[in-house]
Design a protein around this ligand. Structure first.
Ligand SMILES: [Zn+2]
Length: 415
């Protein structure tokens, strides 16, 4: 089976290269924004959506225009890729997977992608990579790149530049070493509760840093904009943001690695996180209720990185020969795992479950996880409708589905 994998390294550019990368990323952002503005005016004038080919022709005109001569200095493929990025943003919007594309701002995911592998030269022995118009760049060689290079993305995080090298390679169809199955209930008080009763502490990395972040931001707002002191204060804010992000990523990676190594089948709720975390403020016709509490919840949800957790579980399980099943979440917190009785009263409090029919008691999140696991077994065995709950990547799920007989059988024993 083909495995796509990205290997990320910190770059060690010289001053000239760092300036070039900043300029090129700026050019990509400029092209993205110009194309978005063109789509908007074109749409307002009643025109049809401008496809990639037509937009790429516009790009050629911009590059040759005397108004933006500096666009010619930037490598052309990354600029074209910026147009592709916009097209994907539109497609996600049309498919209701994302909001309307927004203009890119400086300092937000500054990056450029070289999509053509033929133009990239990787010299691992000397820890350097060749990229068009940048030349040979040194990088911190923290691990070997495996497979053939497909593309490379250069990005800025905090004040440091990174390169992410995506490769492709043939690996044997993995078979999971584990035979167990687990259900996971996602929550706020506990980040994730397993059906075996164990759980992960909430990820409060943002909350923990929130007070300091606010202090730094206030300090920054008191300074004169673009002054040296303002720049220093801004760098402090950015460094803290980077640290928060690193803490969160580290925590999630450790958790998802452990889970995917210990279980062959993992069942989670197919929560519509996007719906839950969408604006609580409402609009003029329909102002939101308890906006404050909900915005706190929204932030907490985003803070917890549920999306990222699920994404990582999905690919790590596929790599380990396991299987992620997302099940519809209805009634998982109200169904008694002992007798099957469904009632809202079964859940006494946020944390306590006590069945009104048979008296079965347990932690409410554990009950949720057990029910999720049971539903996952039904989905796996007899194809209970999961039309609303397809795994994130159908292709991967399909390749993972060839192997899980063992996992499912083991799951039945477990159930
Ligand atoms: Zn019961």
């Amino acid at each position: 089976m083909q495995r796509l994998q990205a290997f990320k390294y910190e770059l060690r550019p010289d001053g000239q290269q760092a300036r070039q990368m900043a300029r090129f990323a700026g050019s990509c952002r400029f092209v993205f924004n110009k194309a978005l503005a063109l789509q908007k005016t074109n749409h307002e004038a009643g025109g049809k959506f401008i496809g990639y080919v037509a937009m790429a022709k516009e790009l050629t005109a911009w590059r040759n225009s005397s108004e933006t001569p500096w666009l010619k200095d930037a490598p052309v493929h990354p600029l074209q890729h910026a147009i592709k990025n916009l097209e994907r943003a539109y497609k996600n919007f049309f498919a209701k997977r994302a909001g309307f594309p927004r203009f890119a701002k400086k300092g937000q995911r500054d990056s450029l992608r070289y999509p053509d592998a033929k133009q990239i030269k990787l010299d691992q022995a000397n820890a350097r990579i060749f990229l068009p118009k940048l030349g040979w760049l040194r990088y911190r060689n923290s691990r070997d790149v495996l497979g053939t290079v497909r593309n490379a993305t250069v990005s800025l995080s905090g004040s440091r530049w990174f390169v992410s090298i995506q490769t492709e390679r043939e690996v044997e169809q993995p078979t999971s070493h584990s035979t167990s199955a687990v259900g996971i209930d996602m929550g706020l008080a506990r980040f994730a509760t397993m059906s075996d009763g164990s759980y992960l502490e909430p990820l409060w990395s943002f909350k923990k840093h929130e007070i300091r972040l606010r202090r730094y931001q206030r300090a920054m707002s008191r300074k004169t904009k673009f002054s040296n002191n303002w720049k220093k204060a801004k760098a402090k804010v950015q460094r803290l943001h980077t640290r928060i992000g690193n803490c969160r990523r580290d925590y999630l990676h450790k958790a998802t690695t452990t889970i995917s190594q210990n279980h062959a089948m993992v069942c989670i709720e197919d929560l519509q996180v996007r719906n839950m975390s969408k604006s609580a403020a409402g609009n003029a016709d329909k102002p939101g209720k308890s906006v404050r509490a909900k915005s706190g919840l929204n932030k907490a949800i985003l803070d917890q990185g549920w999306f990222e957790f699920r994404r990582q579980l999905d690919y790590k399980l596929a790599w380990a020969g396991g299987w992620l099943i997302a099940v519809p979440p209805h009634n998982t917190s109200r169904t008694c795992p002992a007798c099957g009785h469904i009632h809202a009263d079964n859940r006494k409090t946020q944390a306590k479950f006590a069945c009104v029919e048979c008296g079965h008691e347990d932690h409410a999140d554990v009950v949720g996880a057990i029910n999720i696991l049971a539903r996952g077994h039904r989905v796996a065995a007899c194809g209970e409708d999961v039309s609303r709950a397809k795994p994130a990547r159908a292709k991967r799920a399909a390749s993972a589905k060839q192997e899980p007989t063992e996992a499912i059988q083991a799951g039945f024993v477990h159930a």
